[in-house]
Design a protein around this ligand. Sequence first.
Ligand code: S6P
Ligand code: ZN
Length: 191
Amino acid sequence: MSDVAEPYSTTLDFKSWIIRPYNKKFEVRLRGMKNFYSDADAVKRMLDGGEDPLIYEVYECLQPSVEGQIDFAITVIYPGKIGDEYNMTRGHYHAKEGASELYFILQGEGFVVMQTKEGGMASTPLKKGQILYIAPRWAHRTINTGKEKLTFLAVWPSDAGHDYGTIEEKGFRQIIIDKNGRPTVIENPRV
Ligand code: S6P
Ligand code: ZN
């Protein structure tokens, strides 16, 4: 029986939208994702000025990375901008190309931008109650364009793996910026 995973449960608090217990938590501040923003000057100005804001945090329930298991996590993206670009996750491809994912939006508003290595591009506005299916091969980044936290539950195969390097090096082809006070999807000038 020793190699049989045990069932368990955790609880989602409907006020704070945090799950407890979780088995891993990570926080991403600006310094930790400085190469992911398109406005390098704005990033440098903030960091040189001693500002290193918390952009997002993730509460994860991870299983062993084997086929058949699923991982899940709550992501909380804080409101704010770096230059004109809204607070967002780094974004990634799943290393295992056949791995898909589900997002359940719990709080706030924003966008998800998605792309494939074959040139596919998609962007979808997100609001509370929405369920987003991220098909295999689509890289995904979530952006908070609102004034409150953007919080969502993600569920994905435990053996998916995460490729951040491709996005860090090449950027997303579409980014979401504040243009005259409105979230606007534009082509990334850096790409
Ligand atoms: C994992 C899933 C999410 C993200 C989280 C942070 O497959 O997509 O739990 O890990 O939203 O984003 P990122 O791009 O830093 O992993
Ligand atoms: Zn993912």
